[in-house]
Design a binder for this molecule. Sequence first.
Ligand code: SAM
Length: 309
Amino acid sequence: MEEETLTQGQRCYDEGLSQTNESVIPDLFDFLRIDVELEPVGSDREENACSKNVMRKQRNWERRVEVKKSKRKEEKQRKRLSRNKDINGPQLSKRVMKAITKERLEDARGAGLVLCVDFSMTDHMSHKEMSHLAGQIRRLYGSNKKALRPFHIFLTELKEDSLLYKECVRMNDGFLNYLMDVTDESWFHLFPTEDVIYLTPDANEALERVDEDKVYILGGLVDESIQKKISYKRAKELGVHTVRLPIDEYMVKKSNPKNFHSKILAINQVFEVLLAFCETKDWTTALASGIPPGKGYVVTSLMSSEVGQ
Ligand SMILES: C[S@@+](CC[C@H](N)C(=O)[O-])C[C@H]1O[C@@H](n2cnc3c(N)ncnc32)[C@H](O)[C@@H]1O
């Protein structure tokens, strides 16, 4: 009886297989296995019924596969549409976007906000830090390109025969065509000192606003070896106004497993905060969007809403 059942089951299975594609055999086998052993032994009529049963299930299975496929296709299309949807108006081609970006960057060079990265302190850095700094310059330039109101950017005291310059060319595609001013001169000779505001994490005073008639300077440094107050000392030596980002005023420490908290940001992160502030005129938004959670700080309003939950 057991043997007969198996033979009968096997026959049903074979009939099903003869009408299907070999590539679906494993799935089909899985699908059919439950019923195969339960099919009754019997006459031709029963065999016929069994074969119909298998065919019906196969059709159902194929239909389900088709439905899944078309759902996946619909989902893909939906995602593509939502990606392309431009909330500010019609979608622009890459070429048009490139032309608009170029025009904005050129306009910024004529008038508007000015940011300068001071590379006079690169003696303090290792080769690895130079490579990181080159990467940060690429990110900073990338953010400026995306901004509605970009800054006019200067890279000062960046000499063509320096390791940093070579790293910039090696690591950053198109660096030589970046729309910014690269010079081996010091910002000190390019701008009147009374217009200069040096951003440094060690300043006492917090930055309140970003003005068009000022020149904002960032220290071209990376802090893997955490050398303290270098940019602060440099600014003080040259007698210019120093400020820090208003982290103490708008953020609080957030507990984390490593108990790590740092207000020292990479130059591209400081720049992100400045761009976000220029766009929103709101420090809470700017700091929340520009300072990565890994720094161990959170904007005060978010902290109180978390506590209230
Ligand atoms: C990685 S930091 C270098 C920190 C370094 N210890 C120093 O002496 O400035 C690179 C530059 O980003 C800017 N920066 C970083 N964090 C800042 C903060 N909290 N406020 C203002 N500027 C900041 C400064 O211009 C700084 O020189």
